[in-house]
Design a protein around this ligand. Structure first.
Ligand code: FES
Ligand code: MG
Length: 580
């Protein structure tokens, strides 16, 4: 670090307020640091770097964080910083119920307040499993001290009888095969044992891989970091490099506000389209954009989806490759360089250089995995935003991952009022359903779910599965896993639980979908809808106490990013630094 690059001096450090003064409070902080075995040589004149670690014993995707944090600390120490590991809520997509989305904002608050309350100057954010990435970034954006995001990285490819298995996607696929009697119970057990065989996140282009790529594109991770498989030694070196880099970022005073411009978010949206992103990316990017003071909305996704093709041939949009293949093919830097015409290359990043400088010359080593723009896997972007009398504030579909014949479709609704009644009915032999039916699930949104669970890929009714049907139109106010696929219309806003038009649909109503025209409508007259609205009764509140009570009162709708209103940046005056 040259003196010129150094914008801060030791006396300017935030942590110096705790450690430097000759007073009784600072005596307490120093003596308690010494209680932990540290000497003044450990902290005097050094940036204190928080490491927000989302490791837990209920978090298979972050198993390696227990030791990886030591690699981060090594880097921080090498660069002259003082590491301080702070455990944060872990949000395991696999185990936490009813859905991690209920708790994304809780981790965001956890992250923000951990940083505010402790004597820290900068932070390494360790996340990866779905909601952990946006949650940590939301907290860091609101706190706005120098921050670098360390992605957990994807797990290795799954393997069963020599076949490659992809997280989520192959679970749904082989579950249907089993329901259709095509594979045995023993096969199913072997799939279970082979599908997740190393630490790291889901290795399809699910929400985890998408959001890690978004963090890197936004400029919040080291170049290439998000594509490295968790179990690759490159991941260890990236971890210690992140530790070294954050120390310099503190001296340079390179804060999230200096990185997260509107252009940075437009870049992320562009890349979301090009990688065939998870639909969850929309909600998280809108929330992060709003926190960063950038006006990001569904229209930005819609514009990008019309012009950016899907070039990452990764499942579930692609047909065979996984994140490990993506890394070997050149990873995100290769992809960014390929679509550089669509990007704002002068966006700043954690390296202190622009995105364009970071990816210049990045190569692609396998043009079937990362396709040239001239030979995409899907001509338009991964997502389409639909509007109409069923979803006045919008809903989304992932056309790149559904059967093309459903992109324009009219069919009769079969409505389920909640998840348990859907589950009880879906496999009945007498269910009145054909391939043309539009399956509808309501009361599954932010308030209704509650927490907007990933129920949106409604199961294909068993009698249709046995006839060979593998896709049909499904519509809900819930989300779906980024590893899911099919003609699923999601995030219908406003949700039914608060009286959105979805609450008024009845079984037998004709539903029309036209992805090209971006429309979704129920063919029911306005008069009839007004009658149904008059008869609609507001459901009982879901919670009478606790976190859920607070959630219910403050959660925003999907098209607004599902943040809590009081966490949004414009809600009130900025929070002051704590008194010491
Ligand atoms: Fe953690 Fe998929 S379950 S990333
Ligand atoms: Mg998921």
């Amino acid at each position: 670090m040259t003196a010129a690059a150094k914008k801060k001096q030791p006396a300017d450090l935030r942590s110096a307020r705790w450690f430097a003064p000759d007073d009784l409070r600072a005596f307490g902080h120093r003596s308690r640091a010494m209680q932990m075995g540290y000497a003044p040589e450990d902290w005097v004149g050094k940036p204190v770097i928080a490491i927000l670690n989302t490791w837990s014993e209920a978090q298979p995707c972050h198993m390696h964080f227990k030791s990886r944090v030591d690699d981060v600390k090594r880097g921080i120490l090498q660069a002259g910083g003082f590491p301080m590991e702070l455990p944060a809520l872990s949000l395991s997509e696999s185990f936490l119920k009813p859905t991690t989305m209920l708790y994304r904002n809780l981790l965001a608050m956890d992250a923000e307040e951990l940083l505010r309350g402790h004597p820290v100057d900068g932070v390494v954010l360790m996340g990866g499993c779905d909601k952990t990435t946006p949650a940590l970034l939301l907290g860091a954006i609101s706190m706005d001290i120098p921050a670098i995001y360390l992605p957990a990285g994807p797990m290795l490819r799954g393997n069963w009888k020599g076949k490659v298995l992809g997280s989520g996607s192959d679970a749904w696929k082989y579950w249907d095969e089993r329901r259709a009697g095509k594979i045995s119970d023993d096969d199913w057990v072997d799939v279970e044992a082979g599908i997740a065989r190393s630490y790291g996140t889901c290795m399809t282009m699910g929400t985890a891989a998408t959001m890690m790529a978004m963090a890197e594109t936004l400029g919040m991770s080291l170049p290439g970091a998000s594509s490295i498989p968790a179990a690759d030694a490159n991941h260890i070196r990236m971890a210690s490099e992140s530790g070294r880099r954050i120390v310099d970022m503190v001296w340079e005073d390179l804060t999230p506000a200096k990185i997260l411009s509107r252009d940075a978010f437009l870049n992320a949206i562009t890349v979301a389209m090009a990688v065939g992103c998870s639909t969850n990316a929309i909600i998280h990017l809108i929330a992060m954009g709003r926190r960063a003071g950038q006006d990001i909305g569904l229209d930005d996704f819609e514009r990008a989806s019309r012009k950016v093709p899907v070039i990452a041939n990764i499942r579930p949009s692609g047909d065979k490759y996984l994140m490990e293949d993506f890394f070997y093919a050149g990873g995100l830097p290769g992809l960014l360089n390929e679509i550089h015409d669509h990007l704002h290359l002068d966006a700043m990043t954690v390296t202190g250089r622009t995105l364009g400088e970071n990816v210049k010359g990045a190569e692609i080593y396998n043009t079937d995995v990362i396709r040239p723009v001239s030979n995409p896997i899907y001509k338009e972007g991964a997502l389409a935003v639909l509007k109409g009398n069923l979803a006045p504030d919008g809903c989304v579909i992932k056309p790149s991952a559904c059967a093309p014949k459903f992109l324009k479709h009219t069919g009769p609704a079969l409505v389920f009022d909640d998840y348990p009644s859907m589950k009880a009915a879906i496999d009945r032999d007498d269910l009145d359903v054909t391939e043309d039916t539009v399956l509808i699930l309501r009361n599954a949104g932010p308030q209704g779910g509650p927490g907007m669970p990933e129920w949106g890929m409604l199961p294909i009714p068993k009698k249709l599965v046995q006839q060979g049907v593998r896709d049909m139109v499904r519509l809900s106010d819930s989300r779906m896993s980024g590893t899911s696929y099919g003609a699923c219309i999601l995030h219908v806003s406003p949700e039914s639980y608060i009286g959105g038009p979805l609450a008024l649909v009845r079984t037998g109503d004709m539903i029309s979908l036209d992805v090209d025209k971006r429309t979704i409508n129920m063919n029911v007259s306005d008069d009839e809808l007004a009658k149904r609205r008059a008869a609609w009764k507001k459901p009982e509140p879901r919670y009478e106490r606790g976190y859920g009570w607070m959630f219910t009162r403050h959660i925003k709708q999907a098209n607004e990013g599902c943040d809590f209103d009081f966490l949004e940046t414009g809600f009130g005056a900025p929070v002051a630094e704590p008194s010491i």
